[in-house]
Design a binder for this molecule. Structure first.
Ligand code: IMP
Ligand code: MG
Length: 187
């Protein structure tokens, strides 16, 4: 998609370009390949936000990995977290004794990942790491949440694109941009 498409008019600015994303995702894939040498981790995609990042990341990892998918909800359609996390779709396979890498779009307050980490550890994962495309450290509520791999630290702004949505839209933008507040402040 060209970045003069109509959807881009709803952005204040582009924060991370598709080229910057591609480079970082490739680097992260290579790092995970080195860190997990000789192992076959299961990568868990947190739907829907992480789906675009996930499909690029797994193709940058040269390991006999497996994939699973989980859908959780913490946001509704607002731009502020509710702190309530629900599992909408659970994993297909048990993770007992497995090396798990949770792949998430963005760590904001950390409430979602903290909850997920607890339930996945209870299920007996032998190791668990978190890979996030974006991190908004300024808004963290769960101070001791360890995010093992992050592609980009970003400022406290509401962003969309490359999987991230506002009210289920903009996920298909190839770049990541700051959504104009006018879009969500409409009456
Ligand atoms: P947390 O529980 O506050 O860390 O929120 C994590 C979830 O909130 C992410 O998986 C996103 O779905 C959503 N989220 C947080 N910030 C943004 C944003 O800037 N744009 C789109 N979604 C966001
Ligand atoms: Mg999400």
């Amino acid at each position: 998609m060209r970045n003069d498409s109509k959807m881009y008019q709803d952005l204040d600015r582009i924060l991370v370009t598709r080229e910057e994303i591609a480079r970082k995702v490739q680097e992260l894939g290579e790092k995970i390949t080195r860190d997990y040498e000789g192992r076959s981790p299961v990568l868990i995609c947190i739907l829907k936000g992480a789906c675009v990042f996930f499909t690029d990341l797994v193709r940058a990892i040269d390991l006999p990995l497996t994939m699973d998918f989980m859908a959780i909800s913490s946001y509704g359609s607002a731009t502020k977290t509710t702190g309530v996390v629900r599992v909408l779709k659970d994993l297909d396979q048990p993770i007992l004794g497995q090396d798990v890498i949770v792949v998430e779009d963005i760590v904001d307050t950390g409430v979602t990942l903290n909850y997920l980490r607890q339930i996945l550890i209870q299920r007996g994962a032998s190791s668990l790491k978190i890979a996030a495309l974006l991190d908004k450290p300024a808004r963290r509520k769960i101070k001791d949440l360890k995010v093992d791999y992050v592609c980009f630290d970003i400022p406290d702004a509401f962003v969309v694109g490359y999987g991230l949505d506002y009210d289920q839209r903009y996920r298909n933008l190839p770049d990541i941009g700051v959504l104009s507040p006018a879009i969500y402040e409409k009456p």
